[in-house]
Design a protein around this ligand. Structure first.
Ligand SMILES: Nc1ncnc2c1ncn2[C@@H]1O[C@H](COP(=O)(O)OP(=O)(O)O)[C@@H](O)[C@H]1O
Ligand SMILES: [Mg+2]
Length: 382
């Protein structure tokens, strides 16, 4: 037992009783109690111990911890460890009272592949309706430098370092990034900003570093950072350790982007619905300096999107596409897809495999109602 025991050592206990009130028998009993409790304490430190992370450290030495299952507790700390803990530390807790027993060292190596979505997308340009201008920009800024860096060297220009797609939800930002990864036969690594800061508390910065490392190993690679505003939002307060942690992750991200060769074989595409709150540092020259707006489709775009999502459906003669399109005003690509899916369901419920105009009419009002209700439905279909 080390110096962290709260129970007096039996030998000193005995000394303090020399010539005292206790009989020999009492001393013996107390001694054995102390020994038993020491053993008990020791047992607390036995494995298995729970693994958690420090979220906040309070002044009275109480610590807020988060277990791997997501539960958050306020716990005490073993003596001697009080001043050694910081937000983000990985710790071991004993199972009974969740007292923090030990601080784990920083993780040296972990399986980044478990933390990100990595795939070879199959979506292609022809699966995207409208957005011709945006597709052209991605071809020039991402595809050409990846496929033909020599061309740029010959002409003597440096392409933008990265692209930021911005616009309302469901307008095709993710699908655009996937399509460019497909057309360049690149590995597609998707990071979601909010997950980076919520799920991987204390590890965001480290994770960003590992992800960029892995991207180089799997090159050519497109790194897609969705919801980039959740790590790179302008904010004034820096009070809580959570905010500082997000800041650290953000700094690491900027450092990685700055270390990039624009003619190298790793490309970054960021996406956000909230350009208004995005930290300007992200879009400074040399970073994600090509802004591409992805807006709601116009009439032509809506028609193309509807055709793409109905191409495998059997439409009856009475289906009037242009009439449906005029009812799709202000809908995003994701909502238009929902209209197609819902029309299919209405037909199915009627026992048909062919789709009638009235199925589309009901589908449009259903999607409109959902839109007015809440956006949850959209999450569901995504
Ligand atoms: N322009 C579009 N063309 C075809 N389908 C689209 C388009 N925009 C959105 N969609 C459909 O909606 C889904 C969600 O779009 P997504 O790219 O995730 O939007 P965002 O990333 O902008 O929120 C896509 O998987 C696709 O099925
Ligand atoms: Mg998206």
């Amino acid at each position: 037992m080390d110096n962290n025991v709260y129970i007096p050592d039996p030998s000193t206990y005995q000394k303090s009783n020399v010539g005292g009130v206790g009989s020999d028998e009492e001393v013996k009993q107390l001694k054995s109690t102390v020994l038993r409790m020491q053993a008990e304490l020791k047992r607390f430190e036995n494995k298995p111990l729970l693994v958690g992370e420090v979220i906040s450290v309070f002044e009275n030495n109480e610590i807020m911890v988060k277990l791997k299952n997501g539960n958050v507790f306020c716990v005490g700390v073993k003596k001697g460890l009080e001043d050694k803990l910081d937000a983000g530390d990985e710790i071991l807790l004993e199972q009974k009272n969740l007292t923090v027993i030990r601080k784990l060292g920083k993780i040296k190596n972990y399986d980044v592949e478990k933390f990100v979505i990595m795939e070879k997308p199959t979506v292609s340009w022809k699966d995207i309706g409208g957005l011709e201008k945006q597709i052209l920009e991605l071809k020039e800024v991402i595809e050409m430098p990846l496929k033909n860096p020599e061309k740029f060297r010959k002409i003597g220009i440096v392409p933008p370092n990265g692209v930021l797609l911005h616009g309302p939800p469901g307008t095709g930002k993710t699908i655009l990034a996937k399509a460019v990864a497909n057309s360049t036969d690149a590995t597609f690594i998707e990071i979601v900003g909010s997950e980076l800061v919520q799920k991987f508390i204390g590890q965001g910065a480290k994770l960003v570093k590992s992800i960029f490392q892995m991207a180089k190993e799997k090159a050519p690679t497109i790194i897609f950072i969705d919801e980039i505003d959740s790590i790179a939002a302008t904010r004034v307060e820096m009070g809580t350790s959570g905010e500082r942690e997000v800041q650290r992750t953000f700094m690491q991200l900027l450092a990685e982007i700055d270390g990039f060769d624009p003619l190298g074989d790793v490309k970054i595409i960021g996406a956000t619905n909230r350009l208004d709150i995005l930290d300007a540092a992200v879009i400074r020259p040399g970073r994600l300096d090509r802004l591409v707006e992805v807006d709601l489709p116009g009439k032509g775009g809506a028609e193309q999107i509807l055709k793409i999502h109905t191409k495998n459906m059997k439409l009856e003669k009475d289906v009037n596409i242009s009439k449906i399109v005029s009812a799709l005003d202000e809908m995003s690509g994701a909502e238009i897809r929902a209209v197609a899916v819902e029309a299919g369901y209405f037909a199915m419920r009627a026992g048909r495999v062919t789709i009638k105009m009235k199925d589309f009419e009901m589908a449009v009002s259903k999607v409109r109602d959902e839109e007015e209700g809440d956006a949850e439905y959209l999450h569901y279909i995504n």
